[in-house]
Design a protein around this ligand. Structure first.
Ligand code: SF4
Ligand code: SF4
Length: 263
């Protein structure tokens, strides 16, 4: 089956053990106010317009006949500054597995592998299952997930992975809803299952000033995590930069970490 991918990053060193290829799956049900991957939020292919260097020549706005440009509102091929692209490309799981396995020997000799990230990979669970099944036993696989999925979907996907990175962003239900847009009940239930599953895993908390880094939150997450590994991820201060490229607004309020404003 096909999956929608918005980036494939080779030689990644921050997405798990060793040197890896990270596959970024498009679409996320959360709307974290600090999200630094706005091009991963929508589950649909969309226009990605780099903001710096535009000549305002208007060439990209002229109608064109390229099938791949239809519906985007711009031509992908005419910009003299190469500023126009699409976020999201369809991949057959088999073709993607073949591409990833070309580096199998390298991954295995260097202790690396493949990481599924996003967006939220569990939003394309069937695609993940097919891809992970094709990779299983050949290359080390990790997943980076918010854990926001039904228990059935969560367990089906993570049991195919060699390692799971799962976020616990905020322990308090109301705070979680306020800053990520969703309730954390299902996330905490999946975290509890993961802890006793025998699957290698690490919980992660992004350090968002004034939101997740409060002592109350840290103490509560420490309790939830128990004996599992737990790491803290630094806030990506470049988060606002990409929002205009996909027609979204990173508001002043978001910049202050006060509340989400999204479409
Ligand atoms: S073609 Fe490129 S430089 Fe010209 S308006 Fe479009 S984005 Fe700007
Ligand atoms: S879970 Fe990740 S991709 Fe989704 S909104 Fe939050 S930070 Fe962005």
């Amino acid at each position: 089956m096909k999956g929608l991918i918005f980036d494939i990053k080779e030689f990644a060193v921050h997405d798990g053990e060793g040197i890896r290829t990270t596959v970024f799956l498009k679409g996320c049900p959360l709307r974290c106010v600090w999200c630094h991957n706005p091009e991963g939020l929508s589950p649909r292919r969309e226009l990605y317009l780099k903001q710096n260097g535009c000549l305002n020549c208007g060439l990209c706005k002229n109608p064109c006949n390229h099938p791949e440009c239809q519906g985007l509102g711009r031509c992908l091929h005419i910009c003299p500054k190469n500023l126009v692209s699409a976020a999201g490309a369809e991949w057959e799981a088999k073709a993607l597995a073949e591409k990833l396995l070309k580096h199998k020997d390298f991954f295995n000799s260097m202790g690396g592998g493949v990481t599924l990230s996003g967006g939220e990979p569990l939003l394309q669970a069937d695609f993940c299952v097919e891809l992970l099944t094709l990779l299983k036993g050949q290359v080390h696989t990790s997943i980076e997930t918010s854990g926001f999925a039904s228990a059935e979907i969560f367990q089906k996907v993570v049991t195919l992975c060699d390692f799971v990175y799962m976020d616990i962003k905020l322990a308090d239900a109301e705070q979680h809803k306020k800053y990520t847009g969703v309730d954390n009940k299902i996330i905490l239930e999946n975290a509890a299952w993961l802890k006793q599953s025998g699957i290698k895993h690490t919980f992660r908390t992004p350090l968002i000033p004034g939101i997740t880094d409060a002592k109350d939150n840290f103490d509560a997450i420490e309790c939830l995590v128990g004996n599992s590994a737990w790491e803290h991820l630094p806030y990506n201060t470049l988060a606002p930069v990409k929002y205009p490229s996909v027609g979204r607004v990173f508001t002043d309020n978001q910049a202050m970490g006060m509340r989400a404003l999204d479409n």
